[in-house]
Ligand binder design. Structure first.
Ligand SMILES: [Zn+2]
Length: 451
């Protein structure tokens, strides 16, 4: 079946307009304001920021108490006034009773519940009021238009899912247009493992559906890219784009994926709590790889000194996220004018998570970026995972392609570089066939049990 069937696209578009009217309204609103100038963008943000702060103060016991205790003046005059508000973390929110955390008007309403994948700890319950969920869906449709995924068109998502879709899954796929192919089924970890056979099966499924767009985890797409390049496999049709999310995208992974699939990669940054936060446009996908901050949806700050990201979501009212530190780091710029026509904030560089650093016996911390820089010096290295069990004990699991030349030489170079950086640490290298994903289906590249 070809997913580009025009009649099917029209049915899906009709479903979106009727069954998800509110989302469609947000989609249209974002499209309408896409190319507004910087002044308009900032004014719109200030209006939305004032609204959510006022709402949280009047309706949410957690924020009211927090702000009163910190003697915060909630009558803000400019966007910079947000700096007077205390920062909240996931741990702060997890500690609270749900009755304190959920805003009064939504306590008895039917909200949409989600959980973070818990790759860095216990899952966090995300409570979304219906308007917030509709805005997020509309926003995702609007973003789709940046990478050739127009409302109504179907695409393939390589994600955590049932290995064999149920009847209900198939109905949902059809009407949503989002055909999920399992790259990891937590109930069937061995059968769904991405070995050569499974990769070929999925590629055949993609061929049969011929989606214009594929979305997936970086770690899974990197395995596909390597498999395709090693075995000279090409898709028989022209893919329009690949969208990556949920994991850090390094330049060398992007290059491999673009080469194998013969199309541009568009990177997205976001999280379950806040949905999408920033996204690459067609200009950035092909140049600097800056991500446009979705200024109409949220306000993003980068903490001075630590570069930790702080997010304020304009639409999440059941569970407001105001100055929420999500554990990621990044460099931002607030007044960028891109040649695509979009003005506003950008993330120029995502720096990974705050808790993926390795602590050395001498007290120094090493950021995960160093490992990416070293590992890419061995082109045969397909995937790796660094696990720090103790201050002086690290295990490095790695998958290496044995069909390429000079495997030993380039691997030896990488091993030397890594071991030199890990001063006074015992390093065990384990060559493996696969690295099991965490419960959410992601590969956590650096895991440290040292607090
Ligand atoms: Zn742009």
């Amino acid at each position: 079946m070809n997913l580009n069937n025009r009649i099917f696209n029209l049915i899906r578009l009709f479903t979106l307009k009727i069954a998800k009217r509110r989302s469609y309204k947000y989609y249209k609103l974002y499209k309408k304001n896409q190319y507004q100038d910087l002044e308009w963008v900032k004014k719109d943000q200030l209006t939305k920021l004032k609204e959510i702060i006022r709402f949280a103060y009047d309706n949410n016991n957690f924020y009211k108490k927090l702000w009163d205790e910190n003697k915060v003046d909630i009558n803000i005059k400019s966007l910079d006034d947000i700096e007077n508000f205390p920062i909240v973390t996931k741990e702060d929110l997890k500690r609270q009773e749900e009755s304190l955390l959920v805003s009064e008007p939504f306590k008895k309403k039917k909200n949409v519940i989600d959980y973070t994948t818990g790759s860095t700890g216990n899952p966090f319950k995300v409570i979304k009021n219906r308007n917030c969920a509709a805005e997020r869906f509309g926003l995702s449709k609007y973003l789709g238009s940046w990478y050739y995924n127009m409302p109504g068109t179907a695409w393939v998502r390589l994600w955590r899912a049932n290995l064999k879709p149920t009847f209900f899954d198939k109905i949902k796929f059809f009407f949503s247009g989002q055909y999920v192919i399992s790259i990891y089924d937590p109930t069937k970890p061995n059968e769904s493992a991405l070995d050569s056979q499974r990769l070929n099966e999925i590629l055949s499924e993609i061929e049969s559906k011929r989606p214009p767009v594929i979305e997936g985890f970086v770690s899974a797409l990197t395995l596909f890219a390597n498999h395709m390049l090693t075995n000279n496999i090409n898709l028989s049709y022209q893919l329009k784009s690949i969208v990556t999310g949920a994991e850090q995208l390094e330049d060398n992974d992007r290059e491999q994926i673009e080469k194998a699939f013969n199309c541009h990669v568009y990177n997205r940054y976001g999280g379950t709590e806040t949905s999408a936060i920033a996204h690459e446009c067609h200009v950035q996908s092909d140049s600097n790889h800056y991500l446009h901050i979705l200024d109409g949806h949220c306000l993003v700050e980068s903490e001075k000194g630590t570069e930790e990201l702080i997010i304020t979501d304009f639409y999440s009212r059941a569970l407001p996220l105001i100055r929420y530190k999500n554990g990621d780091k990044g460099v931002i710029k607030c007044d960028f004018e891109c040649s695509c026509g979009i003005s506003g904030g950008i993330i120029t560089n995502l720096l990974g998570r705050t808790n993926d650093a390795i602590k050395l016996p001498n007290g120094k911390m090493i950021s995960s970026h160093l490992w990416h820089n070293y590992m890419k010096k061995c082109p045969n290295l397909i995937q790796y995972q660094i696990i720090q069990y103790q201050l002086d004990k690290v295990v490095i699991k790695y998958i290496i392609s044995s069909t390429k030349n000079n495997e030993e030489d380039s691997l030896l170079l990488v091993k030397n570089l890594v071991e030199n950086a890990l001063t006074n640490v015992n390093v065990d290298w384990e060559k493996v066939d696969r690295i099991p994903p965490s419960s959410g289906g992601k590969i956590t590249q650096v895991v440290s049990y040292v607090k």
